[in-house]
Design a protein around this ligand. Structure first.
Ligand SMILES: [Zn+2]
Length: 333
């Protein structure tokens, strides 16, 4: 089963956003910038099938003789760069910290084995199969970025400047944002997971934190003056949409800090925040387990437990949430 569809949004002056067909884990937005002298991508889809769809859409928009020769990777989660294999000759640009991060992530083939070979009876196996099963990395080779930078990197594509800024630890330890001043646009990567009434999104998931830095990144995006913000996941936002997202982040930060000071363990704090039901329209509330766990680690100065341990907690909480919203299932227990 593969995922098909996706929508290309024309943001003007050679800039496009490719939005995947639905919300959920691994379905990230990507960017295409086209000029008569070259073209680049900002992020890639998660697997080859989706990347091929984005490539076909992109190719239709390229002038004669122009190819996509660069990919800017907003951070080192596979859902933003594992599709780069469809552009084997492209320069791949990431932050220096993202390069380090890649070594901690499973390779595409390892992840494929984990998703397809897990015990479907366990909470984790069922969760991975349900949310990651539609992707196919069975023949995906690891992607190796070719250009690393720290701080700021400015490129020019034809007449368009492309300003890339490395961010302090936020969604991951290697995030960057891309500001396109000629288009008045920013690609934020996963410091923003958006939602709108027409297109409800999912709860954000932050692997590193602290939320102070995620919020500061949102402020930095607003400081560019850009009016169009393409988040890592969810619908394209205007400036008010970013401010609204900051309200979400401030809420989660406030609750995490309050439960932490009260001595409530992180997992229990996540359950309580989910129970508050402040954002009922957002999917994947179990991701609060990750975000609140990251915030606690920042407060405690502790290390990230293995990602499988974290995902096991996520899967267990997802099952609890499902059972509590399904009274028939609840009485069967
Ligand atoms: Zn993502």
């Amino acid at each position: 089963m593969s995922i098909t569809g996706g929508e290309v949004v024309d943001l003007g002056r050679g800039l496009y956003a490719w939005l995947p067909p639905k919300r959920g884990w691994g379905l990230a937005n990507c960017g295409l910038l086209v000029s008569p002298r070259g073209a680049l991508w900002i992020d890639t889809p998660y697997d080859t099938a989706l990347a091929g769809q984005f490539l076909a859409e992109s190719t239709e928009r390229l002038p004669e003789g122009v190819s996509i020769d660069r990919v800017i990777v907003t951070h080192a989660n596979g859902d933003h760069f594992w599709g780069a294999g469809v552009l084997p000759d492209a320069e791949i640009i990431a932050t220096r910290e993202a390069r380090e991060h890649i070594h901690y992530e499973p390779t595409p083939k390892q992840q494929h084995a984990l998703v397809t070979g897990g015990d479907r009876e366990s909470a984790l196996g069922a969760y991975l199969a349900r949310h990651f099963g539609p992707f196919d990395w069975s023949s995906t080779e690891p992607v190796h970025p070719t250009t690393y930078f720290t701080g700021e990197l400015e490129l020019t594509l034809g007449e368009y400047p492309v300003r890339i800024s490395a961010l302090p630890s936020a969604h991951t330890t290697g995030d960057l944002m891309v500001h396109l001043p000629a288009q008045g646009a920013v690609f934020s990567g996963d410091v923003i997971f958006s939602s709108s009434s027409a297109q409800p999104g999912d709860h954000p998931v932050h692997w590193a934190g602290p939320l102070d830095n995620v919020i500061a990144a949102c402020e930095r995006i607003l400081d560019t003056g850009a009016g169009t913000i393409v988040p890592g996941h969810g619908p394209v936002l205007d400036r008010a949409g970013v401010r609204e997202h900051v309200v979400y982040l401030e809420y989660v930060r406030e609750r995490a800090h309050a439960f932490h000071s009260a001595g409530i363990p992180a997992l229990e704090a996540a359950r309580r925040v989910i129970g508050e039901g402040r954002y009922p329209e957002l999917g994947l509330p179990e991701r609060l387990v990750v975000t609140i766990g990251s915030e606690y680690r920042q407060l405690d100065g502790s290390e990230l437990p293995g990602v499988l341990q974290v995902m096991t907690d996520v899967a267990v909480v997802a099952r609890e949430v499902e059972e509590s919203s399904d009274p028939v299932g609840a009485t069967e227990r």
